[in-house]
Design a binder for this molecule. Structure first.
Ligand SMILES: [Zn+2]
Ligand SMILES: [Zn+2]
Ligand SMILES: [Zn+2]
Ligand SMILES: [Zn+2]
Length: 312
């Protein structure tokens, strides 16, 4: 096909050195034709069966369709048959030579029966399947987007739950800590108060001892023998009371060493020792959400088996 820019010239006319713009394409001849040549093409015995197509429409066809040759490269005849065993197109001569023994040879014209209307009816099922596929894909995309939003929302809620759990644990520990601190403070206050009381008692006894010491000193210096005799007896009684009081403090444990220690709940120790994670986050992929609907008959036989060879 000779072309001038985008518009080709008629192949037939070019053979006669005429440049006429082409209007139509004949896939059988693989030639572009001008208006006049097309009219001739339509009437001529050898070419009247050719399905020509306007160039405008031809250019809209996908390139892999344009590349399909209508003629047998070996014999030059029209490719009218399809051999299922060889998965190849063949012409009349091929079908009785190379494919003589092949069982499933389809006459393409029969596959596209004009009785069913336009031959393109054969593409209706393909269109139906494509429509379904498109709708399935669209619904899957919609569902994936829904899942995306859902998953992000779940993550947000989980984050809140983690924070909330942590907050509750903090609050509980704060409360338990405060209780324990309170216990320690109470024990400190009570026991220090007791020790202070004991110190006061001891100070009191000490003063009494000092008083006796002064009295003994003056009796020793200034008293008569009789006075010393009687005084010694009185001193002994006072000292005895004094001793008893101190002894009593000792006996009732008031002079014992008081210490404070703290032990923690075994469960708290275990918690700190054994806890390795705060929790776990998992993904579940098992739930099938998108149910595909295959309305197109996928199992439909593309090639209806027909014994063509017998009919020609
Ligand atoms: Zn022409
Ligand atoms: Zn032709
Ligand atoms: Zn052939
Ligand atoms: Zn074959």
């Amino acid at each position: 096909m000779a072309t001038n820019d985008n518009t080709p010239f008629c192949d037939i006319c070019q053979q006669r050195d005429l440049n006429k713009l082409a209007e139509e394409f004949c896939p059988h001849c693989a030639e572009v034709l001008c208006g006049d040549c097309r009219e001739h093409h339509k009437i001529s015995k050898s070419t009247k069966s050719h399905q020509t197509i306007s160039l405008e429409k031809y250019n809209k066809l996908p390139s892999f369709i344009k590349q399909i040759s209508h003629n047998c490269q070996e014999h030059g005849c029209i490719l009218e048959f399809y051999c299922k065993s060889h998965d190849s197109l063949c012409c009349k001569i091929c079908s009785i030579s190379a494919h003589k023994k092949c069982k499933e040879i389809i006459f393409i014209q029969d596959f596209l029966p004009p009785s069913k209307g336009h031959p393109s009816v054969a593409l209706n099922n393909i269109e139906k399947i494509l429509k379904n596929l498109e709708s399935n894909i669209s619904s899957a995309i919609k569902d994936r987007k829904r899942n995306l939003t859902g998953l992000r929302e779940q993550k947000r809620v989980i984050s809140e739950h983690i924070k909330d759990k942590r907050y509750k644990i903090n609050a509980l520990l704060d409360h338990l800590e405060e209780q324990l601190q309170q216990n320690a403070s109470t024990l400190e206050k009570t026991n220090c108060g007791k020790i202070e009381q004991i110190i006061a008692n001891l100070e009191n006894e000490k003063e009494k001892v000092e008083d006796i010491q002064i009295d003994v000193e003056s009796v020793k210096l200034f008293a008569s023998n009789l006075q010393i005799f009687m005084g010694t007896k009185a001193f002994q009684e006072r000292i005895s009371t004094n001793e008893d009081n101190v002894q009593q403090l000792y006996d009732n444990g008031s002079l014992n060493n008081v210490t404070m220690t703290c032990t923690f709940n075994d469960k708290v120790e275990g918690f700190m020792k054994n806890i390795k994670t705060f929790g776990d986050v998992k993904i579940d992929k098992s739930q099938k959400h998108v149910s595909f609907s295959w309305k197109g008959d996928k199992s439909a036989q593309f090639y209806e088996p027909t014994s063509v060879l017998e009919s020609i």
